[in-house]
Every structure is written in C-alpha cells, then in structure tokens.
Design a protein around this ligand. Sequence first.
Ligand code: ADP
Ligand code: ADP
Length: 217
Amino acid sequence: MPVYYLMLGAPGAGKGTQAKRLSDKIKLAHISSGDIFRDHLKRDTELGKLARGFMSRGELVPDDITIAMIRERLLQSDCADGAVLDGFPRTPAQAKHLETLIAELNGRVAKAIYIRVAKETLIKRLSGRWMCRLHGHVYHDIHNPPKTPGVCDIDGSELYQRDDDKAETVAHRINVYLEQTAPLIDYYRDRNYLIEINGEQSIDAVSSDLLAKLKQG
Ligand code: ADP
Ligand code: ADP
C-alpha cells in the first residue's frame, strides 16, 4: 500500500530540507511542487508559461493546474510505494483532491508533518537561501553553507538565490501562506494525522525530533 508523508509549514520553515532527509531515510520519492514548477520554468514548457507570473508575484499557481501536475507525478513508477510531499497540498481544495487521489491509489496518509517557525526566522532563512541550478539542492549561507561558496556539494552545479526570495515577495508569500495554507494544519489535526515539530532548532535537531515523533506514531 503506498504511503504518503505531507510536509506543512511556511515558506522557509525547512520543509524541503527535512523532506529530502526523510525521503533518503525511508526510501520514498521526494516530490516538491516548487521544484517541479521551477523545472517547467527552466524548460519553458506550457505549464512553465502558465505558472511563471504567479510564482514571480509570490502567489499560488491555480489549483486546477497544480492538482493536474501532482496527479501526473504521483502516478509515475518511482512513486509506487508512496512519497514525501513537500509544498503540496497548499489549499483546502488541493487537500481534498489529494485525499481522492490517494484513495484511488489504495494508499494512505502516514503523517502530516508541521514544522513550526516564527515569522522573523522565516525572513532570515529565505534571505540566506541558496539553491543549485541542476537539482534544487538547498543551502543557507550561515546555517548550512556549501563547502565551496557558490557551488553545490552534491552535483557541482552553480548556486543561485531565487527571485521570489527577495524581501517584498517573501512578505507576500508569508501572507498567502497564512491565508490559504495555514488552515490545513487544523484540517490534518482534526483527522489525527498531524505531528508538530519545533522548527527553530538546528537542522539536525529538527530531523531527529521528526524521526522520534514518527516512531512514536
Ligand atoms: P517555499 O517552500 O519557499 O514556499 P516552493 O518552492 O514550495 O517555495 O514554491 C515556490 C512557488 O511555487 C510558490 O510560491 C507558488 O507560486 C508555487 N507553488 C508551489 N507549490 C504550490 C502549490 N501546491 N500550489 C500552488 N502553487 C504552488
Ligand atoms: P522550505 O522548503 O520550507 O521553504 P527550506 O528547506 O528551503 O524551506 O529552508 C529554507 C532555508 O533555511 C534554507 O536556506 C535552508 O538551508 C535553511 N534551513 C532549513 N532548516 C533550517 C534550520 N533548522 N535551521 C537553520 N536554517 C535552516
């Protein structure tokens, strides 16, 4: 039966960082909606053209487009055992569609992992975030620096700062998160799926807390 872990939290909370570590550990695919969109932008596909304006303004890409993209991705063979979903769902409509899709696949949600971080921390994290061009590996200039500045440790590609990580766009993205995504915390808490992690700790401490809470069930 396929099993899905959902990462919840504001932009900059550490979802991507922890999703990568968790997916390596439990050997499930790491599916990041943001990474998929950025790949389409890079290749200038039809989907990329549709998403570009929303992403650069720090708004959500419309639900129908996003849901279709994730549906297609989760049907691929590397997701046969499930996935760690990072950045999806982000609206109540996306959560409902995900429920339907998981039922169709005879799967189940294992946990929704909410990484809690204060607003001031988010801004510091995003202003120091660097990402690699090739695969989206994530660094921070203070908290998680690469061995060689500007170069990805893992694949050697160039590191860049995302356009939507500049201060004005970040403020808007946090508001969008509070309005459209934060309600999902209660949605999953009501269904007994939620585990909550203090995201203000070091990256390693967040990971060990997360694994300990998953073990407790
Ligand atoms: P972060 O984790 O920093 O918030 P992401 O890489 O997850 O950023 O997402 C970047 C952008 O991609 C979002 O601001 C939004 O425009 C788009 N996006 C990603 N996931 C979704 C989603 N589930 N629904 C709508 N838009 C999304
Ligand atoms: P999200 O996917 O939620 O937007 P990321 O995983 O991309 O967040 O993390 C945002 C930035 O903060 C990155 O630069 C990352 O290296 C850094 N970071 C992630 N977790 C922590 C942490 N626990 N402490 C300090 N910095 C962190």
